[in-house]
Design a protein. Sequence first.
Length: 422
Amino acid sequence: MKKTFLSVLPAVFALFLTGSRISIAADWPQYRGPNQDGVSIEKINSLWPPAGPKTVWKVENLDGFGSFAVSGGKAFTLTSREDKGVLAELCLALDAVTGKEIWAAAVIPGVKYKSSADAEGGIYGGYGPQSTPTVNEGKVYVYSTELSLCCFEEKTGRELWRVDVVKDHEGSIPQFGNAESPVVEGDLVIVAGGGPGQSIMAFNKNTGKVVWKAEDAAHLYSTPKIATILGERQAVFYMKNDVLGLSVKDGKRLWRSAVTYHNHNCMQPVVVEDKVYCGVGTDGAGVYQVIKEDEGFRSKRLWLNSSKDSALIATAVFKDGYLFGGLSLWGGALKCLEFASGKVVWSKEKLGNGGGIAVGDKLIFLSETGGLIIVEAKNEFKLFARLDKAINGRCYSTPAFSNGRLYLRSRKEGICYDLGAK
């Protein structure tokens, strides 16, 4: 029977409502997505033509190793370039659909380090900005290479407040410059980087005023993970010699485990219920279980992998009982590990160290050399698509996915691909 417009109107209306919800939920407003886990509930089109997926836009002359945050129709990232005659670190707001620059706000006017175009020059090795902006309730939060925590108005880029963690809180800039991204929890912005007694701090997200400060643990490059563990909302930090959980309410330490120091302590902790995975490829990564007893919390290590099965820089993605990522020191094999034991389930494709995200039941992996592949995020290896050069320049970033579009960054450029499910 031929359907009329009126007969299908309820379904169209329902689709419209569903689409509206997906559009809102599909924002990728911070490092590793809305839940800080590198997982999207969207679906992707993994059937590419020989030339690869459709390029929506590309922006050249970007600098640094940070990733994109996508929210409210804008894509946010950090770069360094000349601003008013001096080299400056900037937060950019691009139109998420066209790539056109909407505004640029100075995070550090007249920075001391050189850009990544200067190869290994500069105080911090010439890497450029490495952090990712965080977008929350009309504001953009940025943590600069030199530990300036800034808040900008999302629509205009107008600066609302800033805190110099080095000057005001005895902070110490890591060897390669800050790579930690700020995290927002309720009314708080939480970061590490201060001096003794204030190495971890929470600021009021609207004013920049200190709410609490705690700990003496030295920080490196890892972004904290906010999670509820055994009924307690916690900020989980991977520091220089520690992995620890703090109460987001007051900064009180709940538990701690010692970890081996390496100058590439970069990955964000992966939290699965009462277990935390973290570590670095030179010494091995492992899982730490958080235990709650009458006298409080404690933790114990369940297993530790060898360096050959641990990432150097990127954070693994947890999906359905398995960890996925470039879990191989320097060698760069894409691997699947059993979360419960650390056992290698499969190991494929020498792609180099890189970052991955899970979209639906697929894993999107960006190698450090700009290669892009899509595989099944399961315990059996299945390759769906591959593009040997998806972006030019070295990549130590994590892909972002929002409303069917994939956003990639390298130390040279940014690019957006259409991967929406057909």
